[in-house]
Design a protein around this ligand. Structure first.
Ligand SMILES: C[S@@+](CC[C@H](N)C(=O)[O-])C[C@H]1O[C@@H](n2cnc3c(N)ncnc32)[C@H](O)[C@@H]1O
Length: 343
């Protein structure tokens, strides 16, 4: 095959339209294809089946329940073209990118989430705009949401360590604890503390219990599977009966409709010891792609959800009877902010 560029074809291409837009459309298309191929390789079970052991197409069909082996082999050739697997019909094995997806849960969760409900938002936007239905992602995708949020943990971790070093807590509450990474991080940084995680999602609560177990912290913390609004609706009992020195609301506040935020913040403030701290971490509403996307995703849900901006969060914390500090940006150039507020 000749590698020479045909100059006439190139001139035609340049003259025919906006070259930059054409180039970008192709690149975006390729990226979208790759995202969906990886998501499908996870969804069909192909990557997990190959993680167990290399296999030929027929054996892979048996492992994944596929009945059309020709189609499966065509799909495997696609996965090979994006570097997930290598080999041929006699023996497929995971390639480097495939090993990274099955070996790192944050990579897996990102492909599941972005290849799934995050982009399904746009494919299914028309009926949402027409008022025909609303999404229920928190109820249906709770576990993936909690696993994807782990991507923020590294940025929140430093702040938490600084907070507990300044004023070591005895009891810590993590509202919407997700996979429990922050709760575990706080307990490791404050060896004298005990903790309670609360999460409404059964899958997330199970992940949090596993995190605490795997990090040897199960004896110092419990995880309650409950909607925090229910748990704090009356007189808090059980694990929430004793006051807390530090409460964390990380990437949770936007799952409450705005009118419910001050009552929740007030209820959490009521659980704090005098001088205790509530730390709120959230993606803020700013003109940046991920922020605008998450805000739309929230607005497309059942309930009146939306991202907060930094100013309204500070006002809500004040209204809840707390003394908030200035919001801090956790990642330069990204919309993740933290606001510490004391009782
Ligand atoms: C984006 S995840 C964040 C998880 C964790 N805090 C983190 O930052 O990694 C939001 C979590 O809040 C939980 N959540 C949302 N609304 C809740 C509510 N009303 N009560 C308890 N948990 C809630 C979700 O189930 C989910 O696990």
């Amino acid at each position: 095959m000749s590698r020479l560029i045909n100059p006439r074809a190139l001139v035609q291409l340049l003259r025919a339209g906006d070259l930059r837009a054409r180039w970008r459309a192709t690149q975006d298309g390729q990226a979208a294809l790759r995202l969906q191929v990886v998501a499908a390789a996870l969804g069909t079970g192909v990557l997990d089946a190959l993680a167990r052991a290399p296999a030929g197409t027929a054996e892979l069909a048996r492992r994944t329940g596929a009945t059309d082996t020709d189609l499966l082999e065509a799909f495997l050739r696609v996965t090979a073209a994006v570097g997930l697997v290598a080999g041929d019909g006699d023996r497929w094995r995971l390639d480097r990118a495939g090993r990274a997806v099955v070996g790192d849960d944050l990579v897996r969760a990102s492909y599941e989430g972005f290849g799934g409900f995050h982009t399904d938002l746009y494919r299914g936007l028309r009926p949402v705009l027409a008022g025909e239905w609303r999404r229920r992602d928190l109820a249906e995708q709770g576990e993936v949401i909690a696993r994807m949020a782990a991507g923020f943990d590294a940025f929140v971790h430093d702040l938490l360590v600084r907070t507990v070093t300044r004023r070591p807590p005895r009891r810590v509450l993590d509202v919407g604890c997700g996979a429990g990474l922050q709760l575990a991080g706080v307990l490791e940084a404050a060896p004298g503390a005990t903790g309670v995680g609360v999460d409404v999602d059964a899958g997330a609560a199970a992940l949090a219990r596993r995190t605490l177990r795997e990090r040897g912290l199960a004896g110092r913390a419990s995880v309650e599977e409950v909607d925090v609004r229910t748990a704090l609706g009356g007189e808090p009992g059980g694990a929430l009966a004793e006051p807390f020195d530090l409460a964390l609301l990380a990437n949770v506040v936007y799952y409450l409709p705005p009118p419910e935020r001050v009552p929740l913040l007030r209820a959490v403030a009521g659980l704090l010891t005098p001088g205790g701290t509530l730390l709120v971490v959230t993606t803020a509403a700013v003109p940046q792609l991920f922020s605008r996307h998450l805000d739309l995703l929230l607005r497309a849900q059942e309930g009146d959800l939306q991202l907060p901006d930094a100013g309204s969060l500070v006002r809500q914390l004040t209204e809840a009877g707390l003394h908030p500090e200035q919001p801090r940006t956790l990642v330069p150039g990204a919309p993740l902010i933290a606001v510490a507020a004391t009782r």
